[in-house]
Design a protein. Structure first.
Lengths: 475, 414
């Protein structure tokens, strides 16, 4: 019997006007987006290799250790998944004079955007009259009059509707993937396909969840026009409002000092406060020494000092001790203040991390955020990838630093007086930074809670729909 | 007669479930957005007071714009500090927060609420104007009484527009009045005028979507199919078209990446400095050529980038929603045009500082002129596109209303 109702639901939807519109819309939007994003990806690959060539030219002429700090840096290269998912936009670059403001005004469309905004809306459009509409048409009471169990009806409705919804999405995705496959420049590997399959699974959960929500709302209303009103209201809140508000709420609940404030504090600690401390320590230590070597108390010019040191070994010892004491005092001051700066920076970083975590948690009230994190983490374009990139670039930084030390030691071995800071060095054998996305295992592990959460939300909405439908007055 | 229908519409709305849900939603969202964006603005203001250059320091910093509470736009990019170093500008994006979740979702400013939520609300007011009354059978009865169709349509439009616009304006002006009580937020009279214009534009925007709703309602027989069509059109206009246009424009116009540009700058600087170390030429001439070459790079980038911006603006204007966003951000002084003008000023300031430094090398660092950015006057903003965008939006509204009139005249009310 369930099969019959599922079939009826599927057929009912497929023949409906909204199905055709959805199909047409998705069949246009998804391939166009993929096409445009693929070209954009290829362009960025070109740009990256052009830049690499420029860097090589630069290094041929100016490979001094003094001149490469800003040139040899770990930069993320575009990954093939960018043809579908853009993730955290790297274009908004506030650190450069020429930043690109366009994506700030209108965020770029990608697969995640289509799924989160469009598919959730479509799911509610499909579901809003699932119960209330049939009641209005009078078919619901006829169906139930025939000894059909309510649980079966609601189960079949959710299953049938959700499955039908996935059809236009999958068709359009296949069309979009053809674009990627046809492009010779885009090289998708095994892990990419697995990640895509998982993202699609996430999409299925996400869409079913919204369909369940729609059926739930529908079975709380007796007219379909009221049902769509409530559905849209809930959609606006869940999809458009909660995610945008979450970082602001988090910054309210768990404030962090602004980065400027932290920088200023660090500057003060490392500059004026360090000088004060250094002078104080120096004065203290000198006082002890002056008691021991009265010669230090005399005001001598540098030349006199030098002469005195040559003549008198005791004076030499005294000046040597004074130099050491001064050095020691300033080293101590640098160490103490350095620790303080570290503490301030670490505290700020911890607070930022806490705030980010809180924002993430709050935003997960909305399935949109859950899916966004899941999809961007799986495609290594999201928060997790940012942390991963930080780690690999640290590794490279260390490797390059070791290499630089080795080269400097070589230069000094050849000629101790060399100005290694400003001497051209052949750096063609330097360790190069090659960016590859994180291994799939880690990404999947990170996405697992997201899957569970989406499934959990879906289950809750389904149970709510189920309970409401059992008590629904079909007359 | 029109007035009677307007009254009837308003009263019907006042008694409906839809009205309360929708108005409550809009009111809560507008209030929340004001609250959040005010806090954001104040935080940036506190940062500004930390980084504000001391008199004579060659640093260009623009204070955050209070209108960014309503339309944040590019204000964050414009409120960075641009320090004129020995050879160029070094940028500090201090205000950037470490919280990456901000980067995932759009800023919930007033513009966003209006653009996304209020447009949907306006559609919900318009979608069943004709088809519902037809389904209920009241349309027939009205027309049987010698009321002309145009009177009904105008009455419906005006009634719904008023029942949407009046509560919205009340909530918004109340919110603005509360903002006005805050001693940290000062609007100049020019900014108050700009704010008034933004509110007026918002009304045009609402009118556009209401007309669209009524148009689709007159083209469909049933309210349920009307809403389905409208939601698809809405998603296209608000989300897909403007966001896709930016990407499509990139396919046509080649713009070097920002990173490539800064690497080129580095190259110029190194080349000149090494020439100097080798003992060729004097420092001022090297600095001059670095500055000139950087300016040329910048100008070249600007030309290409402006082409990209113009193209993507024009593509995006297929959707009047994009026109609305452009007009509001430009009027607020946080738009792309304003940002370009601002950067031009920063470059000019840099050249002035460098010129001064080269003319008298032993100048103390505390004797540079202060940087003060004057926002482009409202007249110029309007002429440079905002007026066109407004007209474009209004034209679409009028077109849709005219089309709905045509459709309604031939509508079968049985």
């Amino acid at each position: 019997m369930i099969a019959t109702i599922v079939k009826k639901e599927v057929l009912g939807h497929i023949l409906s006007f909204r199905f055709i519109v959805t199909l047409a819309l998705l069949l246009v939007v998804v391939p166009v987006t993929t096409f445009v994003l693929t070209n954009d990806y290829l362009k960025r690959i070109d740009d990256a290799s052009l830049r690499q060539a420029e860097i090589e030219t630069y290094l041929r002429s100016y490979a001094h250790f003094n001149r490469i700090g800003n040139i040899l840096q770990a930069t993320p290269t575009p990954i093939p998944f960018h043809a579908l998912v853009r993730g955290l936009a790297p274009d908004i670059n506030l650190g450069e004079f020429d930043n690109d403001p366009l994506p700030v005004m209108f965020p770029l469309v990608d697969l995640v955007f289509i799924v989160t905004i469009l598919m959730s809306l479509v799911a509610l459009i499909f579901a809003y009259d699932a119960v209330s509409g049939e009641k209005e048409d009078g078919t619901l009471k006829l169906a139930l009059a025939n000894g059909l169990a309510r649980p079966k009806v609601i189960l079949a409705k959710v299953a049938g509707g959700g499955l039908t919804l996935l059809v236009p999405f999958l068709l359009s995705l296949i069309l979009g993937l053809l674009v990627i496959l046809v492009h010779p420049g885009v090289d998708w590997k095994g892990p990419d396909w697995v990640a895509l399959a998982l993202v699609t699974l996430g999409t299925a959960l996400y869409v079913m969840l919204f369909y369940g929500l729609g059926v739930f709302i529908s079975s709380r209303h007796h007219s379909s026009s009221a049902s769509i009103m409530t559905s849209l209201l809930v959609w606006v809140l869940l999809v458009l409002v909660v995610p945008s508000l979450s970082p602001y709420i988090a910054s309210f609940l768990s404030p962090t000092p602004s980065r400027i404030q932290v920088d200023r504090e660090a500057e003060r600690l490392g500059d004026t406060e360090r000088d004060d401390l250094g002078r104080k320590l120096q004065a203290e230590r000198m006082r002890e020494l002056v008691a021991k070597y009265p010669v230090l108390n005399e005001r001598l010019s540098e030349a006199d000092k030098k002469r005195l040191m040559e003549r008198d070994p005791a004076a030499r010892e005294a000046f040597e001790a004074a130099r050491k004491a001064t050095q020691g005092a300033w080293d101590e001051a640098n160490r103490v203040q350095g620790e303080k700066i570290d503490t301030v920076r670490r505290a700020a970083a911890q607070q930022e991390e806490a705030q980010t975590g809180l924002a993430r948690t709050i935003s997960m009230v909305s399935p949109l955020s859950v899916f966004t994190y899941l999809a961007t983490d799986l495609s290594s374009t999201g928060l997790r990838n940012e942390a991963y990139f930080g780690r690999v670039s640290d590794v490279w930084d260390r490797a390059f630093w070791d290499y630089a030390q080795k080269r400097i030691a070589e230069l000094q071995a050849k000629d101790p007086a060399t100005d290694w800071w400003n001497t051209p060095v052949d750096m063609s054998d330097r360790p190069r930074f090659v960016y590859t996305a994180e291994a799939l295992g880690g990404r999947v592990e990170a996405a697992l809670p997201g899957f569970l959460l989406l499934f959990g939300y879906g289950l809750v909405f389904f149970v709510l729909a189920y309970v409401s439908f059992l008590k629904y007055d079909v007359r | 007669m029109t007035w009677t229908i307007v009254r009837k519409e308003i009263l019907a709305n006042l008694l409906s479930y839809k009205f309360y849900v929708v108005i409550l939603l809009a009111a809560v969202l507008v209030a929340t957005s004001f609250f959040i964006m005010t806090r954001d603005y104040k935080e940036r203001l506190a940062d500004y007071s930390l980084i504000r250059p001391k008199p004579g320091e060659p640093i260009a910093v623009n204070p955050p714009n209070p209108l960014s509470i309503f339309a944040k736009g590019l204000d964050e990019a414009m409120a960075r500090s641009f320090e004129v170093g020995p050879t160029g500008i070094s940028v500090r994006a201090g205000q950037k927060s470490g919280n990456t979740v901000f980067a995932f979702f759009p800023t919930p400013d007033f513009l966003y609420i209006v653009r996304v939520v209020l447009s949907l609300v306006a559609l919900l007011f318009g979608f069943d104007q004709v088809s519902r009354e037809k389904e209920a059978g009241t349309l027939r009865q009205m027309l049987a009484n010698q009321t002309s169709r145009s009177t009904i349509l105008i009455g419906k439009w005006a009634g719904n527009f008023l029942s949407l616009a009046v509560p919205f304006l009340l909530v918004t002006t109340l919110g603005i009045a509360v903002l006005g009580l805050d001693p940290d937020i000062r609007f100049s009279s020019d900014q108050v005028l700009r704010l008034g214009l933004i509110l007026a534009l918002t009304l045009v925007y609402i009118a556009f979507f209401l007309s669209l709703g009524i148009l689709i309602s007159t083209l469909t027989r049933r309210a349920s199919s009307s809403i389905v069509i409208l939601l698809f059109i809405w998603a296209l206009l608000v989300f897909i078209l403007p966001n896709l246009g930016t990407l499509v424009a990139r396919q046509v116009v080649d713009v070097p990446s920002v990173r490539a540009l800064s690497e080129k700058r580095e190259q110029v600087w190194t080349r000149e400095i090494l020439l100097r170390i080798k003992g060729q030429g004097d420092m001022p001439s090297h600095i001059r050529s670095i500055s000139a070459e950087n300016d040329a790079l910048e100008a070249d980038y600007r030309v290409k980038f402006d082409r990209l911006v113009n193209l993507s603006k024009n593509i995006n204007r297929i959707s009047p929603v994009a026109s609305f966003v452009y007009a509001v951000t430009e009027i607020a002084g946080t738009g792309i045009g304003e940002e370009g003008a601002f950067k031009g000023e920063v470059v000019r300031y840099k050249n002035a500082v460098l010129g001064k430094r080269l003319a008298s090398p032993d100048l103390k660092s505390s004797e540079y002129p202060a940087f003060l950015y004057r926002y482009r006057p409202l007249g110029r903003v309007l002429v440079r596109g905002a007026l066109f965008d407004t007209a474009w939006l209004a034209a679409f509204g009028i077109l849709f209303f005219a089309l709905s009139y045509l459709a309604f005249v031939r509508y079968d009310v049985r």
